[in-house]
Design a protein around this ligand. Structure first.
Ligand SMILES: [Zn+2]
Length: 97
């Protein structure tokens, strides 16, 4: 039992390569996998994809690019900004008086 405990200390997940997990599990090949990967395989019958973190970054970039595209593309935005500046001018003069 002491030998198996020593082995566990150097264990890394066969799927995501993590060395820290609350519970070690085994995959279909008998290799050690972390708790998250083991549970994912039980639920979906496929290995847990490791691109989840990257997807989070991509959605952030998408939001930024869509905003900049809207500003550049539509001419109605320019017309609106012109109207806005006309509306702001009297408001500013009111504040001065
Ligand atoms: Zn894992």
């Amino acid at each position: 039992s002491l030998q198996s405990a020593a082995r566990r200390a150097g264990t890394s997940c066969a799927n995501c390569k993590t060395t820290t997990t609350t519970l070690w599990r085994r995959n279909q090949n008998g290799e050690p996998v972390c708790n998250a990967c083991g549970l994912y395989y039980k639920l979906h019958n496929v290995n847990r994809p490791l691109t989840m973190k990257k997807e989070g970054i991509q959605t952030r970039n998408r939001k930024l690019s869509s905003k900049s595209k809207k500003k550049k593309g539509s001419s109605s935005c320019l017309a609106l900004s012109g109207v806005m500046s006309d509306m702001i001018k009297p408001l500013v003069s009111f504040q001065i008086f």
